[in-house]
Write a protein that binds this ligand. Structure first.
Ligand SMILES: [Zn+2]
Length: 236
């Protein structure tokens, strides 16, 4: 039955299109896009806080080095003070004064180093908590990818079954008619092959002119006809 074969081909093509659409429009894809965007946002946050932490750490190292430098200088002065190299009273007083100044500066640098260390710890805590949140999103993404892969696999099995059935049906169709159908299908889709209901082509948007009705009614045999109005294949 050539006519039925055409309708079957059309039904199978509709099914293929629906399956492909379902595959492309899986709701998990939207969720995945959202999760990926959130992952990227969180990564930016992590990078920003981590950069701030690095900056604070290098500030800490710098003031620690400054404290060490000043401390070394004060140590050297103290050696001088107690080593007996300096004997003049005024020189001794000046040295003591300088040592006091240096110790004060050292203490100032040490306070800054402590502040920076605490700030760095606080930022490190923020990084850890942000990384925890990012890990949760990573899990969501992995889960969605798995769901998508599974859904795709299921749809692909159905697509393969439809394709196999289509090959079977196509083998039973009249080759010329099948070629005609293939040629028109991209334009007409699910209504490439339509029925003639006795007075109209069911694919035509408006009524068929009487002359065209008459022509189709009086065609020889029962082979499908072309609708001169809309260009569809009309089964009689
Ligand atoms: Zn028509």
């Amino acid at each position: 039955m050539t006519a039925n074969a055409l309708l079957d081909l059309q039904a199978l093509d509709v099914e293929t299109r629906q399956l492909n659409h379902r595959r492309a429009a899986l709701e998990q894809r939207t969720k995945l896009d959202e999760a990926l965007a959130e992952q990227a946002r969180r990564q930016v946050e992590i990078d920003t806080v981590a950069a701030a932490r690095l900056e604070v750490s290098s500030r800490q190292k710098k003031v620690e080095a400054d404290a060490q430098l000043v401390s070394d200088k004060a140590d050297a002065d103290e050696s001088k003070l107690y080593g007996g190299e300096v004997t003049g009273l005024k020189d001794l007083e000046a040295l003591q004064h300088e040592i006091a100044m240096l110790r004060e500066r050292q203490s100032g640098f040490e306070d800054l180093a402590l502040e920076a260390m605490m700030e760095a710890e606080e930022l490190q805590g923020q990084v850890a908590s942000l990384e925890g949140a990012r890990a949760a999103i990573d899990d969501v993404i992995a889960g969605l990818r798995e769901e998508i892969a599974q859904a795709e696999e299921e749809i692909d099995v159905q697509l393969a079954a439809v394709a196999a059935k289509r090959t079977e049906v196509a083998a039973t169709a009249d080759p010329d008619l099948a070629a005609e159908y293939e040629r028109r299908e991209p334009a007409f889709g699910a209504s490439t092959v339509v029925r003639f209901d006795g007075s109209n082509c069911t694919g035509c948007p408006s009524s068929m002119p009487a002359m065209e009705v008459d022509r189709i009614k009086h065609l020889d045999g029962d082979a499908p006809a072309d609708c001169q109005e809309c260009g569809r294949i009309v089964l009689r």
